[in-house]
Design a protein around this ligand. Structure first.
Ligand code: FAD
Length: 404
């Protein structure tokens, strides 16, 4: 095993945005890379994700912008609707120069993952990549010279470094860094996403959203105008029994949308047909130092502000860039991972900030709160208030420079 040169072999757990973005850079730099992904095949779906500031810069440096460009969602902005679908507040792209809730570059998460997978296949001239679906790490044992990794299905491997990019509930993090509870804070609700047919009467190109007591739900444009993404945020106490129980999750959504007006029943009907139903608790993850010897955490496994931050994918792209750069420097692997952990810190902190001020601001609990939120939204989105709102978004997305 190498100790003072670029690592010869890196194992990445998880083929989400973080894992794929890292694997692409490692393979391009001639590093043998094994990726294990628990799902049996690429996981489709996901809402529009933003690339702005440093994450846009990463996409540019990796030469991905020409591939992203044709897949860009040209969202016109965000509008709030009432029970009958009448708009009472808007935040348009132009009003906020692409720095509001809708960013200049928006691409569906699944489309970005496809771009990364295609580029990865194209970069792998020398057979350096081994991308395995349907497998996961079962054990990790590291020593001064390398890491022995056991898998549930494949034969064991000895590698130079292991990167856990297996999401918010990372099993690899549990094996090496300790239980999830140590790093997790429940943020007061659940997020649900899936693809649905676009209803005839939603405004083309607008992300339309409605809030009612206990649930905020929206319909967001997709690349294909025939389909849209349903996006729901439920406010409720934590219920551990929901994890992994899709039937209970769908039943919960059905109850929450019952009588919620606008397209609530269309969304429920679409949910029953959706093949990309995604449901997860809203938690933030903060691993203060995401490196331990030859194992590092990347993406949501290291730090996450939940989908409410709107920054998960951006932070994953930036983290992958910082980590690949450090691994390619040719220093000893633990030292490279230490440097990465330090580099990541400001971006991770920024990525945990909640864009809308958290669930209490986004999802009202009672009818009175719903009425008050509607009034305050009307005021916040009025023309005179725009400079203030623009400053708020700019502060939460202050542009951190990406190291060269
Ligand atoms: C299908 C899907 C849809 C999503 N939709 C949205 C969305 O609409 N809006 C939003 O804000 N965020 C969404 N997210 C989360 C968002 O993608 C991430 O916050 C962000 O891109 C950071 O990505 P990540 O690669 O760190 O984590 P993730 O995107 O969660 O990727 C982690 C990957 O690791 C895999 N994995 C999990 N456990 C293991 C294991 N033990 N071994 C191996 N592999 C494992 C998962 O299957 C997944 O492919 C979605 C994630 C997924 C997987």
């Amino acid at each position: 095993m190498s100790t003072t040169a670029t690592p010869a072999h890196v194992l990445v757990s998880g083929a989400g945005i973080a894992g794929l973005a890292l694997a692409l850079q490692l393979v391009r730099r001639g590093i043998r890379t094994t990726v294990v992904e628990r799902a049996e095949s690429p996981r489709p779906g996901g809402q529009a994700v933003d690339l702005r500031g440093a994450s846009r810069e990463v996409a540019e440096r990796l030469g991905l912008l020409p591939l992203i460009d044709p897949l860009r969602l040209h969202e016109k902005g965000l509008s709030y609707v009432d029970a009958r679908g009448r708009v009472f507040g808007r935040m348009s792209m132009e009003d906020f120069d692409g720095k509001g809730a809708v960013a200049e570059i928006e691409i569906a998460r699944g489309d970005l993952a496809d771009v990364l997978r295609r580029e990865l296949a194209a970069a792998d001239h020398d057979g350096l990549l081994d991308l395995r679906y349907g497998d996961l790490i079962a054990s990790i044992q590291q020593d001064a010279d390398g890491v022995d990794v056991g898998f549930v299905h494949s034969p064991a491997l000895r590698v130079d470094a292991v990167v856990a990019a297996d999401g918010v509930h990372s099993a690899t993090r549990r094996l090496v860094f300790g239980p999830e509870e140590r790093f997790r804070t429940y943020l007061g609700g659940y997020a649900v996403f899936f693809t649905m047919p676009t209803p005839d009467d939603v405004e083309e190109g607008w992300f339309s959203m409605r809030f009612t007591p206990g649930i905020t739900f929206g319909i967001r444009p997709d690349l294909d105008p025939a389909t849209s993404k349903a996006m729901l945020t439920l406010r409720m106490p934590h219920d551990p029994a929901l994890r992994g129980d899709t039937e209970a999750q769908r039943a919960l959504v059905r109850r929450a949308l019952d009588g919620a007006g606008w397209h609530a029943s269309t969304i429920v009907a679409a949910m029953d047909e959706a093949t990309d139903f995604y449901f997860d608790e809203l938690v933030s993850i903060d691993v203060p130092h995401p490196a331990q010897g030859r194992v590092a955490l990347l993406g949501d496994a290291a730090s996450s502000g939940s989908p409410m931050s709107g920054m998960g994918t951006a932070t994953a792209m930036i983290g992958a860039y910082l980590l690949a750069s450090r691994l390619a420097e040719g220093s000893d692997v633990p030292e490279a991972l230490e440097r990465y952990a330090r580099d990541l810190r400001p971006f991770a902190e920024q990525g945990r900030r909640l864009m809308g001020g958290g669930i209490h601001r986004m999802v009202p609990a009672t009818r009175l709160e719903t009425a008050l939120l509607r009034v305050s939204m009307g005021v916040m989105l009025s023309r005179p208030m725009r400079p203030l709102v623009r400053r708020m978004f700019a502060a939460s997305h202050e542009e951190l420079p990406l190291p060269v």
